[in-house]
Write a protein that binds this ligand. Structure first.
Ligand code: URA
Length: 246
């Protein structure tokens, strides 16, 4: 019972953060269909799955009309480490999942190289819908979409956020610096530590950046272990790491 009350309180806090003081049932003016009752009751309230149901029909900006799929995010809803990209590309728009194309395959390899997997972390984007022609996100689109990202982070409560690429870092952190500068800084977003590194698509275009990116990802792995107290992977008494880079 106490859990149900707590869930209801969180639900209304979330509703207020997103829509203000007006109680919007099913948020009709946003084109958001109410989630089926059985998906938002009980322990579903306040979860990522329920939030996805709340927002997945969003039409707050023009990208809602051109997208194929709303790309909410994927991974462990209780992840301590969250990766944030820019926006879905063509393949993500079709699949409804972030980073499934060539860049996504490279991201999976990078995660494996630091002893992580898609199942352990959470992966999402600043924008949930694909900008036509993969153009950069526009400020009004970010303004409409960012409360969704903020709510996702509030539910997940990660200990470390990693932005992928200059656009994601710049958009999220409101810092107009080169990625070279940003990747050497530690930032905070919603009170959570943020590190900026290369976008995997940029690494595919510029293989020369893989060496500095590998340094970043090793530092990310070490910081993640430090913040979470997770020990390095050990098999048969030997510390396991692919150690081969990316
Ligand atoms: N690039 C991104 O920034 N995000 C995706 O989901 C795919 C490609």
């Amino acid at each position: 019972m106490a859990q149900a009350v707590e869930n209801a309180v969180r639900y209304f806090q979330r509703h207020r953060a997103l829509y203000g003081d007006q109680l919007i049932l099913g948020a009709p003016e946003l084109g958001v269909k109410p989630a089926p009752a059985d998906q938002v009751e009980g322990d579903q309230l306040g979860t990522l799955a329920a939030f996805n149901q709340d927002i997945r029909n969003c039409q707050k900006c023009p990208l809602g009309a051109t997208r194929t799929e709303f790309v909410f995010g994927v991974g462990n809803p209780e992840a301590d480490l969250v990766f944030i990209g820019e926006a879905p590309g063509a393949q993500e728009d079709l699949a409804g999942e972030p980073f499934v194309g060539r860049a996504g395959k490279l991201l999976d390899q990078i995660l494996a190289a630091i002893d992580l997997s898609r199942r352990e972390v959470y992966i999402l984007n600043v924008l949930k819908c694909r900008p036509p022609g993969n153009r950069d996100p526009q400020p009004p689109e970010v303004e409409q979409c960012e409360p969704y990202l903020q709510e996702q982070l509030r539910i997940i409560q990660p200990k470390l956020i990693v932005t992928l690429g200059r656009v994601a870092a710049k958009t999220l952190l409101r810092v107009d610096e080169s990625l070279q500068k940003m990747r050497k800084q530690v930032y905070h977003y919603q009170g959570v530590e943020v590190r900026a590194t290369y976008h995997p698509a940029a690494l595919l275009r510029n293989p020369g950046w893989k060496a500095p990116a590998w340094e970043d990802f090793q530092a990310i792995r070490d910081r993640y272990r430090e913040l979470t107290g997770r020990p390095p992977l050990v098999k048969n008494g030997v510390q396991v790491s692919t150690g081969k880079g990316m």
